[in-house]
Design a protein around this ligand. Sequence first.
Ligand SMILES: CC(C)(COP(=O)(O)OP(=O)(O)OC[C@H]1O[C@@H](n2cnc3c(N)ncnc32)[C@H](O)[C@@H]1OP(=O)(O)O)[C@@H](O)C(=O)NCCC(=O)NCCS
Length: 174
Amino acid sequence: MEEAKKVADADRIEYRTYRDEADLQTIISMIEKELSEPYPIYTYRYFVHKWPQHTFLAFLDGKCIGCIVSKLEDNFKHYSRIVKKRGYIAMLAVHPDYRRLGLGRKLVKKSIDQMKAEGADEVMLETEITNVAALRLYESFGFVRDKRQAQYYLNGNDAYKLKLFLTSSIVDED
Ligand SMILES: CC(C)(COP(=O)(O)OP(=O)(O)OC[C@H]1O[C@@H](n2cnc3c(N)ncnc32)[C@H](O)[C@@H]1OP(=O)(O)O)[C@@H](O)C(=O)NCCC(=O)NCCS
């Protein structure tokens, strides 16, 4: 796609949170195309039904060109009695024609801002160790590489677990 048109289009992109079943189908068709890992429908439903405010979609002229699916939960450690609010980014994809326009960054920011607004202490996610685009994107937000998980994905690739610490008062114990 022509570069100038892409840049002009970027100003017209609209973002909103998850609404209904039509959005679910849109998200599934985008994620299935852009991510190597296949997810069953109940994984999608688990996220979007429990945390609709943590799923964001980006639209251009009515067409979805990006989405992020996340959640925020209390994480209770029995031995320490500490409750941490942990955000988790499960899926992120931007349509190939609209990459490198800041869309991925905007979706991640919206997700993290929502988590912060609900008091998140930290955010985590996994990404393939070969996914340079995702690693650069997340590391630009301050995510750090926590662990390498061998053969985490069905395609046999290893994952990095990435973490972003939002509050400093709680010692990380994982
Ligand atoms: C990863 C992905 C979401 C990035 O979306 P995007 O809209 O192109 O990202 P942005 O334009 O917001 O880029 C933000 C930063 O990420 C990094 N980045 C993005 N794409 C990159 C690439 N192809 N190579 C290197 N760095 C890249 C850069 O640091 C970039 O900042 P810059 O453009 O100022 O240099 C997109 O490439 C995608 O959908 N990939 C397939 C699905 C996927 O891998 N999802 C993540 C799973 S964890």
